[in-house]
Design a protein around this ligand. Sequence first.
Ligand SMILES: [Zn+2]
Length: 173
Amino acid sequence: MRQRAVRDQKRLDSGAVSSPKDLENLQREIASLAKRQGDLEDVVLEVMERRESAQERVAELTERVGSVQGRIDDATVRRDTAVEGIDGEVASVTKEREVISGSVPPALLSLYDKLRAQQGGVGAAKLYARSCQGCRQELAITELNEIRSAAPDTVVRCENCRRILVRTSESGL
Ligand SMILES: [Zn+2]
């Protein structure tokens, strides 16, 4: 288009076009070409601006992806560390349990294991302020009286949930 405008301008300048009507047409065409060129330049400018803003957005999103990835990496490291800690704790508690269970009479241990399986992993509970800490129920007076008169080595159980009750100085007896 620009070449065409230059060619038209050359024809105009050369004086080869002599008819006033042709001259007028040529001048009109040059003017229209100039306007179209201006319009196209505006379009090119707009496209460039849009491209620039798209590139900025890409950079911004890339940075955000990087930051999210960084946070994922941090969380992964923290999770792995926590899992390691929990594994260590499980190993030490398991060992501790083995030692303690070795000193518990076999019949009591098997009762405890049976209750533990039935009661969601808790086979024995503390009797605290006249309540069973396994089922959170307050014990009846008669039940408390029975427990109060039972020998210290008697295995007492909760009437409600059947768990083994552990008596302490805070039992409220
Ligand atoms: Zn209970």
